[in-house]
Design a protein around this ligand. Structure first.
Ligand SMILES: NC(=O)c1ccc[n+]([C@@H]2O[C@H](COP(=O)([O-])OP(=O)(O)OC[C@H]3O[C@@H](n4cnc5c(N)ncnc54)[C@H](OP(=O)(O)O)[C@@H]3O)[C@@H](O)[C@H]2O)c1
Length: 309
């Protein structure tokens, strides 16, 4: 299936989580496609573009969400806002409930009540959700439970109220300008650039890493693919790499003698091992990942060298 990015020219697009890592890249790309972009987040965005408008609100506040949708009148909605924390700790139950599940339900309800988002409403799922057809009763963490429940709501809004929802099931993302510097890639890069050995888990977990520019193109393809039903579309590389091998690959690309300390941090329980089904994504949308791990990691290292080097 082919998709056309012309579809976004002069369209009105709402992006939640616009101040975040992936959201920032998506907003920039959409502005480059000549869309009128409204970025939503709790904090102020510093992004400057003549067709960009920033809006500060908490998506767990329903009247504020409905008011924003009525004001923006979006053709397309990309919902990326989230409390992105895969730790099993109890302290993440309420933040993931409010920022992930409640925010999704508020946004879907506002779109259903107002009739906006008729182009496509793309929710951001995660690799922590089970793939279609897999029966799994125990989510690995509060974040996984909230993401999975949000996707269920999206399917329900599609089936009951005819909302054109779709779910981008995003795998592990890396790239320039990741906002949360405690995440693996920026943490390792910062440690190595400042001459410290990064502390890592056993490094045994196998993960599908995908470059942020590929993820952004995937979001656009999902929104532009007109014939889609409310399926999840995997946005990953389709390849697994052990955390240990990824970190050693970074060390090699940076040509540093610093050696990471594996086993210095505990492994997390219940972490799922999943690979994106990129052939299925291609059938669904015409999208497939283009950037190799080495290529993407070189771009990422160059960016962080510019910031911290
Ligand atoms: N990064 C990854 O590897 C990865 C993997 C799989 C899925 N995902 C998903 O992809 C999406 C984007 O991830 P990311 O890495 O870009 O996350 P991020 O950098 O942490 O950004 C999260 C965004 O959500 C906003 N937000 C959080 N709570 C909000 C609320 N109550 N109301 C309004 N805005 C709120 C934050 O803005 P403020 O703080 O300004 O409110 C921020 O802009 C998320 O849905 C995440 O779950 C990410």
């Amino acid at each position: 299936m082919a998709y056309s990015l012309d579809t976004f020219r002069d369209s009105v697009v709402a992006v939640t989580g616009a101040t975040g890592f992936i959201g920032t890249h998506l907003v920039e790309r959409l502005c480059g496609l000549d869309a009128e972009v409204h970025g939503i987040g709790r904090s102020e965005t510093r992004f400057q573009h003549q067709k960009f408008h920033g809006l500060q609100l908490d998506l767990s506040d329903y009247p504020a969400v409905k008011g924003a949708i009525e004001t923006i009148r979006p053709d397309y909605v990309f919902h990326l806002a989230s409390h992105v924390m895969g730790s099993p700790d109890l302290i993440h139950v309420l933040p993931t409930f409010h920022a992930n599940l409640e925010s999704s339900v508020n946004l879907l309800t506002a779109c259903a009540e107002t009739g906006y988002g008729r182009g496509r409403i793309v929710l951001t799922g995660s690799l922590v959700e089970p793939p279609p057809g897999e029966i799994e009763t125990v989510p690995s963490c509060p974040y996984a439970a909230a993401k999975w429940a949000s996707s269920s709501y999206a399917r329900m809004f599609h089936a009951l109220y005819g909302l054109p929802t779709c779910i981008a099931r995003v795998f592990m993302v890396y790239g320039p300008a990741q906002r949360d510097e405690s995440k693996l890639v920026p943490y390792v890069l910062r440690s190595l650039l400042s001459g410290h050995a990064p502390k890592i888990t056993s490094g045994q977990r196998m993960i599908d890493w995908v470059y942020v520019a590929d993820v952004v193109e995937g979001f656009l393809a999902i929104a532009a693919a007109k014939e889609g039903n409310c399926e999840s579309v995997d946005l990953g590389s389709g390849e697994l790499i052990a955390t240990q091998d990824l970190v050693l690959r970074i060390v090699k690309l940076m040509q540093t003698s610093e050696q990471p300390k594996f086993g210095a941090l505990p492994d997390r329980p219940l972490e799922p091992i999943r690979t994106a089904d990129v052939e299925r994504s291609f059938q669904q949308t015409g999208w497939r990942p283009r950037v190799s791990l080495d290529q993407g990691m070189r771009e990422t290292i160059a960016y962080y060298r510019g910031v911290w080097g």
